[in-house]
Design a protein around this ligand. Sequence first.
Ligand code: URA
Length: 211
Amino acid sequence: MHKSQVHVVDHPLIRARLAQLRDRATPSETFRRALTEIAGLMVPTVTHSFTTRPVRVTTPLEECEAESAAHPVVIAPILRAGLGMAEGMLRLLSDASVAHIGMYRDEETLRPMPYYYNGPENLADCEVVVVDPMLATGWSAAAAVTQLREHGATRLRFVCLLSSPEGLRHFSKTHPEVPVFTAAIDRELDARGYILPGLGDAGDRFFGTVR
Ligand code: URA
């Protein structure tokens, strides 16, 4: 694994919210709040290396040198669970655009099946932040990055809450130049491709569709 590209975003506020997400007794409302808040808490680390350009601004008193973002930001949630993370990030990156990526997992092969893409056409000048709470097998994340590259993206990052060692290995092998930001690295995947100990199905728990 290209370990230098994997950043564990560790913070007491994130750890406390992860505990809520992992707890099977946590109701959907609390789960939603904790997930969006973690995504927001990860923003400063994820965007730390974004570049800025100098701008002149006029304060009420005088002109001065300031800085402005050098590249537009695009948040790319993998549907559906990525939507919750996008919501949390948009609270801090309010001028970002959103590229929706529809990717469901074939439950037999565990491989991603793309079914939808809607985002800005030319991503070449953008900082693209791909979000999905769970980096499990790593196949959906890798396929989403490939799809965004086909739309011109060159500056990419992948952000998740929980990742598995298997998923990180697959993703880093497929896209070694794309940094991964994760709030925690869990132990392993089970036979169905769920992360252990994990938090269950992030989409079902976020949208209250647990059966
Ligand atoms: N997707 C989830 O929502 N949970 C997992 O554990 C793995 C993939």
